[in-house]
Design a protein around this ligand. Sequence first.
Ligand SMILES: Cc1ncc(COP(=O)(O)O)c(C=O)c1O
Length: 458
Amino acid sequence: MQQVKVFLNEDEIPRQWYNINADLPLQNPLLEPPDKKIATPEFLGAIFAGNLLEQSVSTERWIDIPEEILELIYRWRPSPLKRAVYLEKALGTPAKIYYKDESVSPPGSHKPNTAVPQAWYSKQMGITKITTETGAGQWGSALAFACSLVGIECKVYMVRISFDQKPFRKIMMRTWGANCIASPSNETKAGRDILAKDPDTPGSLGIAISEAIEETLADKSGKTKYALGSVLPHVLLHQTIIGLEAKKQLEKINVKKVDVVIGCAGGGSNFAGLAFPYVYDKMNGADIKIIPVEPTACPTMTRGPFAYDYGDTSEIAPIAPMHTLGHTFVPPPIHAGGLRYHGMAPQVSQAIIEGLLDPLALHQSECYEAALMFAKTEGLIIAPETSHAVAAVIQEAKKAREEGKEKVILFNLSGHGLMDLAGYQNYLDGKLKDYSLSDEELKKYLESIKDMPIPIGA
Ligand SMILES: Cc1ncc(COP(=O)(O)O)c(C=O)c1O
């Protein structure tokens, strides 16, 4: 009998997060609009909870996870590590494929790993309301869940195309007590301006972020703050519990070496959560291939330059050093809503320019084909975002077969796709389209950052 699942008990959970700032310091600070000067604590503190900002800039390698947060996340953590023996068999590969199953959280993805700490730290600061954006609805539902656990009000601006395609995510948010509206909306100036120009816009994460930040800044009491579900250092920090658990689980079954680590990357958080503890090993001499996977339709890492860019469309969010397609980028309507952000986390971008990662872009049709194979072998119906990781895993497992090598491949199963069945339906009906960004389109979007300062490393 092969061991298919590896569990940790509650008392074996990692009690600290890994902070990559200690080993891969960011070379470029955040800037403040409109002057593009180094962002002041007052500017950032008006948007984000102060204690989370402190975590973002901390250079301590290990940061304690408060006991109260552990008690909240025991609802689903530690998450299982599984070996995809049925997929391995179907592929006829000598590779051993392991995955962290983050679909077991109540909202169904890795997102609560940071939503719960963010809600908890916000509550410590006396914050009573959190605003946010959501693409696919995974982040919005995770934050709605987290706010309900700690007793904070939650307002979610959901990208219009997902709002229309994914009605059940809205109901989940409402069930946990949040208020979810379509973005762009008439509730903010950012939303109204965009609707005036393009009433039929599918929306974008950049627009939804503008709206959520505008609502936060409008509350002069300071009791409303904005929470971001990816990109920022503290978000990636909270997600490292995934990779730290994986290491303990692999140790338990005597797997000494991981050869390939894979995660899909939208803003970079689930990828970094699994990968950063392995990036640490790589920086200390380990031979590991680490692959963040993105859609060809939104090729931030593989075609976007490393540059300073706004986090949002309306130019009110902090300006970050990152691989970017330009903040005016409006992504094609691919189904992986969570992979349509124009930028990539500064820490992931920094790891790319340091040569520590091997980013890959894939078409959604290849990803759905992989998702179907995964469903028919392992059983789980994965999120369209996650299917990008699985398609890359299949590529690597086939390579191992050709080379006759017994490689260990580890990937992050970032979420289930049970609320994303419309994408599966389109694929099964043969209606799915692939999109590539043309050079002309890319050039047009990058016009929006031509006057930005040049970050170190660009
Ligand atoms: C299931 C799932 N995976 C991955 C992502 C991508 O986000 P990130 O790159 O921050 O992990 C999302 C975002 O919505 C998601 O819902």
